[in-house]
Ligand binder design. Structure first.
Ligand SMILES: NC(=O)c1ccc[n+]([C@@H]2O[C@H](COP(=O)([O-])OP(=O)(O)OC[C@H]3O[C@@H](n4cnc5c(N)ncnc54)[C@H](O)[C@@H]3O)[C@@H](O)[C@H]2O)c1
Length: 386
């Protein structure tokens, strides 16, 4: 998320420097190339690097000259689903000698509630007059450049000066600014992601109920949404995963003493969808004799990000249960994947793992068993029934 924000700032005419520890990313960005896919990023990045407005470094000294320092490192949960803030504080400790009194530190990572306060206290205790402003990123991955200019920006800080600086920082790139207290802003971001995750889980649960009864969920969904405004925004079923929704729902659950039962239920349902597919296939077909192909390994459509993708979880399950598993993705850079035609020709069962644009016109042979939870194929092959 740091790169699109840096590019937008540079494009708005602000000299911008990125500091990152990932040497490969630093070299790619320095040469004007995007290390991952974001709509419109490749073109704009090349332009701002060429113009000199965006520079990149693997040395933390570069932050000393900055008026605004934006912190966007990852904030994962650990294997026991506890928030892991160590890497965020390690990054700050490492950069501490190069921070200067008078700078604004915009905390852009999604954090466990209270981390902004901890960070402000750490900096103040170390003798620096640096204001921390927690200003969450709410764009959808892949659409950062499009959405940043259209979504209201929530800002928060611990002083009027910090708020004024945060407002000044976002004014050239955000259309509207909303102010919250830091704890409110931290919760606002976690609620945003947890709500999406729970919403997807509701629909995935409905899908599993319908399919277990041998009826077609897509037909039901069409009927209940048709000219019925209260359900107009109901999403479709599909793998709900990726680097944010699950871990942010679990940060919220951890914050609420593990009593966030809706969040935990959403995790069981969403993470259980690959298991559901495999169990249904096993029930209806001699899966152990069959080759299964997964089309789409990214965690979402038209993206190259495979982090926490449920297609990889599905592959893991199929490697235990099917005779052979083949995978394709047009965007994910993974040497273990096969060409699309090989996957289609050699598989007995085909499962859509991510509804990439290029699959939406696929006319899959009728001899194949097809699982299309998303309902993205031109023909209705959404059912798990034979
Ligand atoms: N990915 C999203 O869609 C999204 C959306 C909204 C918010 N967020 C939040 O933004 C934050 C970053 O997410 P991301 O997906 O961009 O993560 P990422 O891992 O893709 O990017 C983090 C970057 O920080 C660099 N980094 C790590 N440690 C560093 C250090 N000590 N010093 C300098 N650089 C360091 C990494 O090399 C990497 O380039 C997370 O808190 C996430 O929850 C992500």
């Amino acid at each position: 998320m740091g790169l699109p924000l840096a590019v937008l700032n540079a494009a708005a005419g602000r000299p911008t420097v990125i500091y990152d520890v990932n040497q490969r990313s630093v070299e790619l960005v320095r040469s004007g190339k995007a290390p991952f896919f974001e709509e419109g990023l490749a073109e704009l990045l090349a332009k701002v690097v060429e113009s000199g407005y965006l520079t990149v470094s693997d040395q933390p000294e570069v932050i000393a000259d900055a008026r605004y320092v934006v912190l966007v490192v990852g904030t994962p949960v650990d294997r026991y689903l506890n928030p892991d803030i160590e890497s965020l504080f390690a990054a700050v400790r490492y950069c501490r000698p190069h921070l200067r009194t008078g700078q604004l530190l915009v905390l852009r990572s999604t954090v466990y509630p209270g981390v902004s306060r901890k960070l402000q206290d750490y900096l103040s205790d170390s003798g620096l007059e640096v204001d921390v402003a927690f200003c969450p990123e709410r764009i959808a991955q892949g659409r950062a450049l499009i959405e940043t200019g259209s979504l209201p920006q929530i800002i928060s800080a611990f002083s009027e000066r910090g708020l004024a600086d945060a407002r000044e920082f976002f004014a050239p790139i955000a259309p509207e600014i909303l102010t919250l207290e830091p704890l409110e802003a931290e919760l606002a971001k976690l609620f945003t992601n947890a709500y999406r995750y729970i919403e997807f889980a509701s629909v995935n649960q409905f899908y599993m109920i319908a399919e277990t009864q041998g009826v077609n969920y897509e037909r039901i969904a069409h009927a209940i949404k048709h000219r019925y405004p209260r359900l107009a925004h109901m999403p479709g079923p599909g793998f709900a995963a990726g680097p944010c929704l699950l871990k942010d729902t679990m940060q919220l659950a951890a914050f609420y003493n593990r009593q966030c039962s809706l969040g935990h239920a959403a995790l069981w349902i969403n993470e259980g969808l690959p298991d559901f597919i495999v169990a249904r296939l096993k029930k209806d077909y001699p899966l152990h004799t069959m080759t299964v192909g997964i089309l789409g390994m990214a965690f979402k459509a038209d993206n190259d990000d495979r982090r926490d993708s449920l297609s990889y979880k599905l592959r893991k399950l199929l490697r235990l249960e099917a005779k052979r598993t083949l995978c394709h993705d047009p965007m994910v850079p993974d040497p273990d994947l096969q060409p699309r035609d090989v996957v289609i020709d050699e598989s007995d069962v085909l499962i859509i793992g991510a509804p990439h644009r290029e699959y939406r016109s696929l006319d899959l042979p009728s001899s194949k068993v097809v699982v299309d939870i998303w309902g993205c194929l031109p023909q209705d092959r959404g059912t798990l029934r034979p």
